[in-house]
Ligand binder design. Structure first.
Ligand code: XMP
Length: 317
């Protein structure tokens, strides 16, 4: 049985011992894991922890600014790097999911590498890797399992020459949340749904354009806000919207429309390895569907994904 207090005491001592006066760089993602890792390291080594938060242009609506402000409020030494244009221009015209992931992984490393070179004499790279990441990346060896290359494990170019420190490596998600609570991190931040590293790029089926990103951000924001205001957000492991590469016919007033279709996805899970679709109330789905179609220009149809994992996956690509 896991005791977060003891974990924090022991890990802070271990990190102090291991890192001494060395400088450490860490990539914050806005997610629970990297945030808890950062606060833990901050307790151990204080200002020697340099955090970098990259806007890849594929985050949720307004997330870059709001999360950056939240980090600053927590006393973390964090630099926000707005690389939206760089990511979106490298992704232009790309539809293949694995190619999207590879591009995002590569550009992230380039941006991160540029930034970490600005910190003099940095010795370590800290990551918020947790136990299920370790397992999944081990099982991603065989040809059948190159299904999705999770870019948050491994993938470190040799030229970075940094030693790796992963304080959450042995923990499961719920344990990470409990450690975060012990560290006094805002419960709202700790309760955030998982969000994939490649962000909305893998929820825009087909090629990615700034217009599609904006449509999807708007749809996603209506959905997520709705889940929160109906008290459903915390009952769901993960939720989001997918922009489909099809148009469908609709009608508005006397006019025929031919516009985008979005799918909503909400799943229950304990570790993301298996998942069941959530039986969201019909009343909720009705309200949200109307709100999306009324508010988000360019969308005239909403569908709800009723597939579980396996055989479907949580993401659509
Ligand atoms: P799937 O779609 O494989 O997703 O059922 C399982 C969990 O992993 C997340 N996911 C990713 N996370 N990089 C990430 O960091 C990725 O490329 C990636 N693909 C999927 C997904 O959101 C879910 O939580």
């Amino acid at each position: 049985n896991f005791t977060p207090n003891a974990f924090v005491t022991d890990m802070v001592a271990e990190l102090k011992e291991k890192l001494q006066d060395d400088k450490v760089v860490l990539g914050l993602s806005g997610g629970v894991d990297s945030t808890v890792a950062a606060v833990l390291l901050h307790q151990a080594i204080g200002k020697n922890l340099y955090c970098i938060f990259v806007n890849n242009g594929l985050l949720r609506k307004n997330e870059f600014q709001s999360v950056l402000n939240q980090y600053k409020g927590m006393g973390l030494n964090v630099k926000g790097v707005d690389a939206e244009d760089r990511f979106l221009s490298e992704l232009a015209g790309v539809s293949d999911p694995e190619t999207k992931r590879k591009i995002i992984g590569r550009v992230f490393i380039e941006v991160f590498d540029d930034e970490s070179h600005l910190i003099e004499d940095v010795k370590w790279l800290a990551q918020g890797t947790i136990y299920p990441d370790v397992i999944e990346s081990v099982s991603v060896k065989g040809p059948s399992a190159t299904i999705k290359s999770h870019h948050n494990v491994g993938g470190l170019p040799d030229y970075m020459k940094l030693q790796i420190v992963e304080p959450l490596r042995m923990l499961f998600k719920d344990e990470v949340r409990r450690v975060g609570a012990t560290l006094g991190i805002d419960p709202e931040l700790l309760g955030r749904h998982p969000f994939p590293g490649p962000g909305l790029s893998i929820r825009i089926l087909g090629d990615i354009t700034p217009e599609k990103v904006q449509i999807l951000q708007d749809v996603d924001a209506v959905f997520i806000e709705g889940l929160k205001s109906w008290g459903l957000y915390d009952k769901v492991w993960q939720a989001g919207a997918i922009l489909l590469p099809v148009n469908s016919v609709g009608v508005m007033g006397d006019e025929r429309t031919y516009e985008k279709v979005v799918a909503l996805r909400a799943v229950e899970s304990t570790d993301g390895m298996t998942a069941d679709w959530v039986h969201l109330p019909y009343d909720f789905l009705m309200k949200i569907s109307n709100e999306i179609i009324n508010k988000v220009k360019g969308v005239n149809r909403v569908v709800y994904d009723i597939s579980s994992k396996p055989p479907a996956t949580i993401e659509w690509e």
